[in-house]
Every structure is written in C-alpha cells, then in structure tokens.
Write a protein that binds this ligand. Structure first.
Ligand code: GLA
Length: 732
C-alpha cells in the first residue's frame, strides 16, 4: 500500500513536470551494487537513463563516472544506445525493450528519468525503483532492480502505465534491458525436444540479433528454455572468466533478444514474447512484467551457479530450505494397467524399498471414457470405478497402514476431446471456432484465462485434499502445447497467452494459500516447463522423461548450472542399459525416486537399493543444501565428476561416472576436487558399494584438502567400475 501511495505521488510530480521546459540536468549516477558486482545506471544531460557499467564492483563509487570516457568506440548516432529500457519510434535505432502505439496512433516513445528511490528491504536485499516518463505523452514506466547482496543476484522488472484518453497498445514490453561491453560475447543456450531436454550449444555471438524464444504457450520450454549464459571476452570455464546467467521468471511464451551492435556492445532484452500478443493498456491500468533474474560472476560458471543456487534456496523456491520426500512411482511399472489389488502390492513394496511415499501416476480416473490410455478421460477427475472401486481414499488409508505417504498425478490444465468435460464445456477448451482441432498427445488445453476454468482446476486439487487430508504429494503434469490459440470467453484474443499464465498463477496462488507446503512436482511431459516463477509454487521439477542414467548425467549437468539439486526429481527406472547401481547413483544427485517394479528386483539389487536409500538419507542434506562443484564435464571427459560439500566444508559427496566406452577409458588421471578447506585433513570412503563387491578405495588414508584440490584423487573409474560415489569427510 505504501508503495502504491508513493508511486501515486511520483506520478503527480511527473505529470506536473510535463509542462515544464526541460532544464539542464546534472548526470545522476545510480549504482546497483552487490557484494562483488555493480550495474551502474546514469542519466545524460537530456535525462536519458543509460547503463554505463556492468562488471566487478569498484571500491570507490565515484569512479563509475569515469567509466564512459574510457571507451573510444565508433560514433554513437543515437545518444541512447546504452538505454536502460530502450524505446521504439524515437531516436533509438536498435531493438527496443518497449514499443507502443498511443491513443492518437503515434508510435513513438521517449522515456526520461524523473527520480529514483533506493531502499533496503532487509540486511541482504535492496530495491531500486527508477521512475521514467515520456516528455510528450502521459506515459510512464517504472523500472525495478531488486538485488541480493551476498548472492550477486538481481531481478529486474517494469511497470507500465499511462493516462492518455483511451487505450494504448503495448507492442513490446520487456521485463529488462541490459547492456554489456566486452571484446567478444559467448552465448550458451539450450534446445531440445521430448526426452532430449537441455541440449547445450555455446557459440560466439555475431552482429545482429539472436533471439531465444518460445511460442508454445503452455509447456513453453519444450524446444528452448529461457535460461542462457553469456561469457565475456572468452568462454568462461567452471572457475575462470566473467559470465552472466539470465532467465525469465515466466511459464509461458518468452523472448530474449541478444543484439550485438555496430559498436560491438551487447544489448539484452528479455521479457514475455510479444508474438501474437499486443497488449491493450487502459488508462490508469498498470501492466507489470515478470521478473528477469540474472547473476554475474567474475570467477566462472561454477561460482555463478552456486550463487544462483543459494539465492534460489534462500529466497525463491517453495520450501527451498526444507526437506523432500523420496518416492516410488508406478508410471513405468504399470503404465495405465493397474487396479486396487496391484496398487496395494506396490504400497507394500514402497515400504520394503524404504522410500517415503508412493506416487500413483496417470490412469486412475474417468468412467464414461475410462483413462486406459492417453486417448481418453483427461478432464474427468473422478476415480475410475472399475480400477479403484473403493476410491483413492482406500489407497491413502492402505498407504498409512503400510507406514508410507501417498501422492497422486494430475494434469488439470488439459482435456481429451473424448471426455465428459469436453462434452459439457466445449467453451472451456482452447481452440479456434472455425478450424479443425489439432491435438498434442491426443489432448487440448483448457482456457485458464476463464475464471470458471480457474475454479475448476483449483477444485480438482482442493477436492483431492478435502477428500484425502493426508494426501502428501502432487505430480502436476502438462503435456500439450497450445495450437489454435483462441479463448471463447476472452474479449481480446491478443491477451490470451498472457492471461493464460496469469490464470495459472492465480490458481497456484489459491492452492498455496490453502496448502502452503505440500510438495508438488512440476512435470511437463518431461521437462517442458521449469522456471523460477513456477518454482515459487512447486518444490521440484521433472527434468525429462528420459531417465537413461547416461543421458541424465549430461542433462542434470546442464540443469545444474541454473537450478539447485533439491529441485531436480531424479528417478531410477528401467531406461538404459546400466546396472541398478549406476542408475541409483545418478538419481541421487538430486531428489531421489524410483519407478521400477520392485518385486522384479533380484535379491542383491534389492539389498543395494535399500542400503542406497539409507545412505541417501544420510547425505541428502549435503546434496540439497550444500555447495555444488562440477569437477569434470561429461561433454569433454571420459569420466564425469560432481562434488557436493556442506557449507562447513567438513562432509561432501563426489559422484564419478564413466561416460565413454572407448578402449581403456577411465579415470587415468586424478580428479581435482574443489571447494574443500586446503588446511583440513580428509578421508575418502566409497558409498553405494554393490553387495558382494569390494571397494578399491582405502578409506583409512588421510589427505589434506590442498592435496585433493591440487593433485586430486583417483576414484578408480573404469569399465566394470563405471560409477563410483565417494564420501569426503574431514577428520579431527
Ligand atoms: C508425462 C510424464 C510422465 C507420466 C506420463 C503419464 O509424459 O512426463 O512422467 O506421468 O505423462 O501420462
């Protein structure tokens, strides 16, 4: 409220100054400083707000004013090339952050600095607010920079409003603009598809605009996520180089433009994708963009990740400092083919295996069009009477009797055309009235811009919890993209993609208000949806339906740049050819689950899994809350290695995998550890040793942290010993 009132006051002052002639303005320098870095904004004599510096922090704030004079680049024709929030239609000649059509049809926008306000929200968090206005039109933008000092993380977003006499069209409305100066820029970006998520490409940016975007509407990351990194001057390594990570906190269409200009400077504009989405802004209405989060590191990708992980766990994730449940899922064990008796057996196996929870997947619902495959039933969230004559509640009770918790799969945003829901509410379905329907996995998307649909989706979840108060987990799936975007009840179709995501968040808000911490997995036909807006409502995400552990080593490695291990739901399944030990070791690098037929496990495999779960319960706080160090990249090494260590640097776990089957491939050289205390002495003990085999690691030997980091340690990875987990423990 206070913020609203202040803003109102500023608006009044700003509007008054519209009629004043522009006086000569002294430059205003506004550093957004964190522990190691600074983003410095500065006004020019014409009150244009530009970015004059982004990089390592200077001890003396006053020296930022000297920065611009140090660059002798070619002529700058616009005077606004470094704009903090570039506009369209006036002097800017580059990609704008914002483009509008005023009520009178004029397409120009100019934003001048009015004032700023900086405040500390707590010991670690600050918020800078900068007010900008157009000197000709009654149009204003407020830029926000929220920064977390210790983590060097910044979130940027904007608020757009006007008081023109009518509606203004927002043709583009980015969350943030950034401007970097370096000799060269190296982009690491991702692409993928089902079961092929997070495929990395790292290239030098050439002149022009590189756009990362999605137009898929729902599972927006299927082909490309919004996460990216930019290394300056040379590709950063894990420990060296300046690198910026960026990501849009938005679960729908996004657009990130990276423009290398005529002066060799890099402009980054990130926001909601304006594709098919001009936004009609009424007078007095405030359009708030989602946040764009970024972190800068001068010491390589590893440090950038650890900062982002700390930020996420401390400030962003739902229950980021909390615990998570290990589970047994029945998807790959049964697919749609189960009944109460079969599930009751699986509940017994859940207990025997030693996990916390049983997760009932797809196939438990719908009667008129039973959900026996993915062609029917989606939307009809009543228990299937044939499969489950006594309902979910009898399974929940049975779980309780077995001493395990119970969780359930839903896909509440979706509908099969073969469903009662579709028959009853055809106007709730996203589809073009005059065109043939086009399906993705035999289904369509419900129109979450419609409040009645929002109520329906909320009630799916609320109904389950109301009937089963001890229900302990939800797997929220989202398998289809949006084709033929059209919402029957929406006045302005160009608002659809935005209103869909806002509708989704409104539902999730309601769910979290009533059920604040119940764990929920964000799944999207594999890993099609994760972002930091969604992770405020979900405790974990499903990286991919591809659970072949060899593939997962690569995928989890790439996800780990941006998301901490506690968010990554990793299941042991029958994908791939690796033995159960390899599969379990890989799944332990995150939140462990199983999706196998437990009763089919050979005796030794069963014993191994049971023991591995006990080990996991002992080390999971380190994996979830500790610091992660990527030691050897699977893309460039025969042996991949990742280390997690607690903040005190006294206990760690190192995962080592053979990822090559070339002749003699293995850990020929020692693997250099990171993140240890050089002065501390450590022992190394092999964990997850398969029953009947002996470890080749001598756990009585003591090494200094210095030795382990300078010389390294050989985990003895080779064919036949292709997965080795080590516990690192400080002695004395
Ligand atoms: C998606 C999910 C799977 C599973 C199926 C069920 O593909 O990613 O894990 O839940 O749906 O239909």
């Amino acid at each position: 409220m206070k913020r609203m009132r202040e803003t109102g006051l500023i608006v009044a002052v700003a509007l008054l100054s519209l009629v004043q002639p522009t006086a000569f303005a002294q430059p205003v320098t506004i550093p957004v400083e964190t522990k190691h870095h600074a983003l410095v904004l500065q006004t020019d004599a014409n009150k244009n707000l530009g970015i004059v510096y982004m990089g390592a922090k200077l001890a003396d704030k006053n020296e930022y004013t000297h920065v611009p004079a140090m660059y002798k680049q070619t002529a700058e024709y616009t005077g606004v090339a470094n704009a903090a929030y570039a506009t369209a239609g006036s002097r800017n000649l580059f990609e704008p952050a914002i483009a509008v059509t005023h009520v009178d049809g004029n397409n120009s926008l100019d934003l001048q600095y009015v004032r700023h306000d900086s405040k500390k929200l707590d010991e670690n968090t600050s918020l800078l607010t900068v007010f900008l206005k157009d000197p000709v039109y009654n149009f204003e933008v407020t830029l926000y920079y929220k920064s977390w000092f210790n983590e060097d993380v910044t979130e940027q977003w904007s608020e757009i409003r006007h008081n023109e006499k009518g509606n203004v069209v927002l043709n583009k409305y980015a969350s943030a603009g950034l401007y970097l100066k370096a000799g060269s820029y190296w982009l690491r970006q991702y692409h993928g598809d089902w079961a092929k998520e997070m495929q990395a490409e790292e290239t030098r940016l050439t002149h022009g605009i590189k756009t990362l975007d999605s137009k898929l509407g729902t599972r927006a990351n299927l082909f490309q996520p919004s996460v990216f990194m930019i290394s300056l001057d040379k590709p950063a390594t894990e420990d060296e180089g300046t690198v910026l990570y960026g990501a849009l906190e938005w679960s729908g269409n996004f657009r990130v433009d990276l423009e290398l200009d005529n002066q060799d400077n890099l402009r980054i504009m990130a926001g909601i994708n304006n594709y098919a989405s001009p936004y009609i802004l009424k007078a007095g209405e405030v359009f708030t963009t989602p946040a764009f989060v970024s972190v800068l590191s001068s010491n390589g990708k590893g440090e950038a990740s650890r900062k982002l992980h700390n930020w996420a766990r401390n400030y962003k994730l739902l229950d980021g400092k909390g615990t998570r449940l290990t589970l047994l899922n029945n998807w790959e064990a049964t697919y749609f083919d189960f009944n109460e008796a079969k599930l009751k057996e699986l509940l017994k196996d859940t207990k025997k295996l030693g996990v916390d929870l049983f997760l009932l997947d797809d196939g438990w619902f719908a009667n008129k069009y039973p959900r026996n495959d993915d062609k029917a039933g989606l939307g009809d969230w009543q228990e299937n009477k044939k499969k489950l004559p006594n309902g979910i509640s009898s399974l929940v009770q049975e779980a309780q009797a077995n001493g395990v918790k119970f969780g359930i799969w839903i896909e509440p945003e979706m509908v099969n055309p073969k469903s009662e829901l579709y028959e009853q509410h055809p106007d709730w379905v996203v589809k073009q009235p005059g065109r043939p329907e086009h399906y993705f996995r035999n289904q369509l998307v419900l129109d979450l811009s419609n409040p009645a649909v929002q109520d329906f989706v909320f009630n799916v979840v609320d109904g389950l919890f109301t009937k089963n108060p001890t229900l302990a987990y939800i797997k929220w799936d989202c398998n289809a993209v949006i084709y033929n975007a059209y919402a029957a009840r929406l006045g302005n179709q160009s608002h659809f993609y935005i209103k869909y995501v806002q509708g989704l968040y409104a539902v999730l808000e309601r769910i979290r208000k009533k059920y604040p911490t119940v764990p929920m997995m964000l799944c999207s036909g594999g890993g099609g949806r994760v972002d930091y807006a969604a992770l405020q409502y979900f405790t974990e995400f499903w990286p991919s339906d591809n659970t072949d552990p060899l593939e997962r080593i690569f995928m989890q490695w790439e996800y780990s740049y941006f998301y901490p291990a506690i968010t990554s739901a990793n299941h042991v399944t029958d994908w791939g050819k690796q033995p159960i030990k390899f599969r379990t070791d890989v799944a332990m690098m995150g939140k462990l689950g199983f999706d196998i037929v437990v009763s089919h496990l050979k005796e030794k495999d069963m014993t191994f899994c049971q023991e591995a779960l006990k080990t996991y319960n002992a080390v999971k706080p380190i994996i979830w809350q500790g610091d992660q160090y990527r030691l050897q990249d699977p893309l460039t090494n025969a042996v991949a290695a990742v280390l997690y260590i607690n903040k005190e640097k006294t206990t760690g776990v190192v995962f080592n995998y053979l990822v090559s089957n070339r002749y003699d491939a293995g850990s020929l050289l020692p693997i250099r550890f990171k993140g240890l205390d050089p002065a501390k002495k450590y022992t190394l003990k092999e964990l997850n040793v398969y029953p009947g085999t002996t470890s080749t690691i001598d756990s009585s030997k003591v090494y200094s942290g210095e030795f382990l980091m300078k010389v390294g340690f050989n985990p003895d990875v080779k064919a036949g010993r292709n997965s080795v987990v080590l516990e690192v423990k400080a002695v004395g």
